[in-house]
Ligand binder design. Structure first.
Ligand code: SF4
Ligand code: SF4
Ligand code: FES
Length: 246
């Protein structure tokens, strides 16, 4: 027989004026290879069909099932119950707008962030469908791909002290995105243009460098390295700007 697990789950429906934030307790017998996604699905099917949480891929790919698991942001579908104690407390991610219970609206936040840091390749080149694609050095393509693996789950934002205190902070996910475009030879933005986007307190200079973001990233993105590189690059841009160097 498996362990008897106790789940304390945050409940609140912001659409319902009668609803008050509270915690509900559920018990489940642990089964082999049980993930928190499986546990939540069972609780919903067997005990409370009104329980709200997000999921899509069940394989750590879509980023939808992120929540705070015993105080630490993570993906429910990638977290095995056997890695947790007998009592498991689940809360929605902070920073994002609450939809209900464990479901938050990460989409609106990520869209605003992508627009704010202009998260696309900036080039004046016109697309010519009759010519071959431009080749990119394989090693560089791999490096860019490494940073592209972000699934926009929001765990790094939820774990970030600055993002929790300041609504305007773009977060490690945006800084990682900019680092990816700086590497990309197709992006024609200048140092000054990048500086204007992230060389601010809302960007890299608002980051306290304590690296909770990297600790919780379920895709193991090298956020620490990218934040360090970006801080140096933007610091250098600031000096050049100060002395009017090119
Ligand atoms: S290192 Fe910066 S971005 Fe990462 S959690 Fe800390 S303040 Fe946030
Ligand atoms: S950087 Fe990692 S933690 Fe942050 S949104 Fe992307 S995958 Fe999630
Ligand atoms: S359901 Fe897609 S990452 Fe968990």
């Amino acid at each position: 027989m498996g362990r008897k697990l106790k789940f304390n789950i945050f409940r609140y429906n912001p659409q319902d004026p009668e609803s008050e934030p509270h915690s509900d307790t559920f018990y489940l017998e642990e089964t082999e290879r049980m993930t928190l996604y499986i546990a939540l699905t069972r609780i919903r099917e067997e005990q409370d069909p009104s329980l709200t949480f997000d999921f899509c891929c069940r394989a750590g790919i879509c980023g939808a099932c992120a929540m705070v698991i015993n105080g630490r942001p993570g993906l429910a579908c990638k977290t095995l119950s056997k890695e947790q104690p007998d009592e498991i407390t689940l809360m929605p991610l902070p920073v994002f707008k609450l939809v209900g219970d464990l479901s938050v609206d990460t989409g609106t936040w990520f869209r605003a962030m992508n627009e704010k840091v202009e998260s696309w390749v900036h080039t004046d080149k016109k697309m010519d469908p009759t010519v071959h694609e431009e080749r990119m050095d394989n090693a560089l393509a791999e490096e860019i791909y490494e940073l592209e693996r972000c699934v926009e789950c929001g765990c790094c934002v939820a774990a970030c002290g600055t993002a929790n205190m300041r609504e305007d902070f773009v977060g490690a996910v945006a800084l990682n995105r900019i680092a990816r475009f700086i590497m990309d030879p197709r992006d024609e933005r200048t140092d000054k243009e990048y500086f204007e986007i992230v060389g601010t307190d809302e960007g890299i200079f608002g980051c306290m460098g304590l690296l909770a973001c990297e600790d919780v990233c379920p895709k193991d993105l090298p956020l620490q390295d990218q934040l360090g590189i970006l801080r140096r690059q933007m610091g250098w841009s600031a000096i050049k700007h100060l002395f009017r160097m090119k």
